[in-house]
Design a protein around this ligand. Structure first.
Ligand SMILES: Cc1cc2nc3c(=O)[nH]c(=O)nc-3n(C[C@H](O)[C@H](O)[C@H](O)COP(=O)(O)OP(=O)(O)OC[C@H]3O[C@@H](n4cnc5c(N)ncnc54)[C@H](O)[C@@H]3O)c2cc1C
Length: 447
């Protein structure tokens, strides 16, 4: 057993997902001594992250304020992790059989455009989604008929060019108009992981303890003693001044270690990988809106190279699961998933079920893209459990909260909130006089 006492203000971070890794990068970049404990053997290896959510337009049910927060947080993420973004626009279509109307999303898009315009006026560096006037574009049925006549471009560069495959292969009568194209991009979890691992390997301030499972947090006179178990069974003790709980959907187990009550949801979800061997041309992301949890739940088609497609279908027998949304209790800050889903959250899936659910996901999207019905199962699902803090399970923008002065938790629903979370924690530490932050510390990049 080893016990190490710090000599300078030291932060212990539990969990090396996008929350913990971003916190560690930011702290180390500011010269703050950090110990990062991750029970797995690599960073950012948790649930998938595929959309940046620059404006939250995938979610009709959330408030304009949440959409603005997601826009701001995504712009900060894009500036901090420019190499982790897949630049392609997102098409948002409302099917004829959906009760929603395009008008409802149009007014919000105008609010977001104005907000983006203001952000650019305040800081030109925020112009990472293109010009404010181009944040979104609208396509009528007549536009779709015209675009359908054009040849498929090899490398689309305008929104019109991105729309050509959609116009050619998605039946025009299936949708309400206008169809929206918005500058919401993809986020590559693999490049985020590589950026974090390479960035942290270059710092002397961050000590990463891979394969260390944090089992207890003991209060000391000045901070905390972090107790962890390495995979050889040895127990390790590390004294720190401040703890950041970045445990992802296990955040509640760490809250339980310090007797902190907290209301939260945990939801298990899965996205599927299809191989569309006959995929014609380069595709944008395509979202077909629908009511969550009903058989016509939102469909999402996310393109990757070589014909691989990631699919979400927000229905119970595709992305969502019966019993998959669970709530904390007064005596337990960690929501408890039913047995089968707890195993799945650790990556245990039977191939029969993979085939069955992926085939359903393909059939779901083929309702609006008949050519896609020929796609095949392309790999294992991209799945996992995630937390949603508070009482409203539809919340999509959340960051950091505190329990006393020396314990913070990062409760991400979307990866792009990670920077705001660590900035809030740093501001708290500065206010307490534990760190002195240089001018412009919020703008520092994560690479
Ligand atoms: C199907 C699906 C699709 C999604 N798509 C998107 C998307 O497109 N865009 C987006 O922004 N978000 C998406 N999300 C949400 C996103 O995955 C999460 O918000 C994000 O991964 C949370 O990051 P985190 O660092 O908080 O948690 P995690 O990534 O879960 O990381 C927590 C880490 O803590 C470690 N840990 C836990 N307990 C301990 C302990 N006691 N000791 C040591 N280590 C510990 C875990 O091993 C893990 O590595 C999706 C989620 C799902 C399930």
């Amino acid at each position: 057993m080893t016990n190490t006492a710090p000599t300078a203000f030291t932060v212990g971070i539990v969990g090396g997902g996008v929350a913990g890794a971003t916190a560690a990068l930011k702290l180390a970049g500011l010269g703050i001594n950090t110990h990062l404990f991750e029970k797995n053997e690599s960073l950012v290896s948790g649930p998938p992250i595929c959309h940046l959510h620059a404006g939250g337009n995938l979610y009709r049910e959330i408030s304009d304020q949440q959409c603005i927060s997601l826009l701001e947080q995504s712009i900060a993420t894009l500036r901090a992790y420019p190499h982790s973004v897949n630049y392609r626009p997102t098409v948002i279509a409302i099917p004829q059989n959906d009760p929603g109307e395009p008008d409802a999303i149009l007014s919000r898009l105008s609010v977001l455009t104005e907000h983006y315009r203001q952000m650019i006026a305040e800081d030109e560096g925020n112009r990472v989604l293109g010009d404010a006037d181009d944040y979104f574009a609208l396509f009528s049925k007549e536009d779709m008929v015209t675009l359908a006549q054009l040849p498929l471009p090899d490398a689309p560069s305008t929104v019109e060019e991105w729309m050509i495959p959609v116009a050619k292969f998605m039946p025009h009568d299936a949708f309400k108009y206008p169809i929206v194209v918005v500058q919401e991009y993809g986020l590559s979890v693999f490049r985020l992981a590589a950026t974090a691992a390479l960035g942290l390997a270059q710092t002397s301030e961050c000590h990463i303890h891979y394969q260390h499972d944090v089992t207890a947090l003991n209060k000391t006179a000045t901070g905390w003693q972090v107790v962890s178990k390495s995979n050889d069974g040895a127990e390790h003790l590390q004294d720190v001044d401040f703890v950041i709980n970045a445990g992802g959907y296990k955040t509640g187990t760490i809250d339980n270690m310090v007797n902190a009550a907290r209301e939260r949801w945990v939801e298990y979800k899965a996205a599927y990988v299809a191989h569309w061997t006959t995929k014609p041309g380069m595709w944008p992301e395509v979202i077909v809106h629908g009511e969550r949890g009903t058989p016509q739940g939102m469909g999402q088609l996310t393109p990757y190279p070589d014909g691989f497609i990631q699919l979400h279908g927000m229905t119970q027998n595709i992305t969502l699961f019966d019993g998959g949304l669970v709530k904390s209790a007064d005596s337990n800050a960690q929501p408890v998933l039913p047995d089968g889903l707890a195993e799945k959250a650790e990556g245990v899936w039977a191939w029969d079920e993979i085939r069955e659910r992926t085939d359903r996901a393909i059939a779901h999207f083929a309702q609006w893209l008949p050519d896609f019905s020929g796609a095949e199962v392309g790999g294992k699902p991209l799945c996992g459990a995630q937390q949603v803090p508070g009482s409203d399970p539809s919340l999509r923008a959340a960051d950091a909260t505190f329990e006393g002065d020396t314990y913070a938790r990062i409760e991400l629903v979307k990866a792009s909130s990670a920077l705001q979370a660590i900035d809030r924690i740093l501001a708290h530490c500065q206010e307490k006089g534990w760190v002195t932050l240089p001018e412009g510390w919020r703008e520092r990049r994560c690479h």
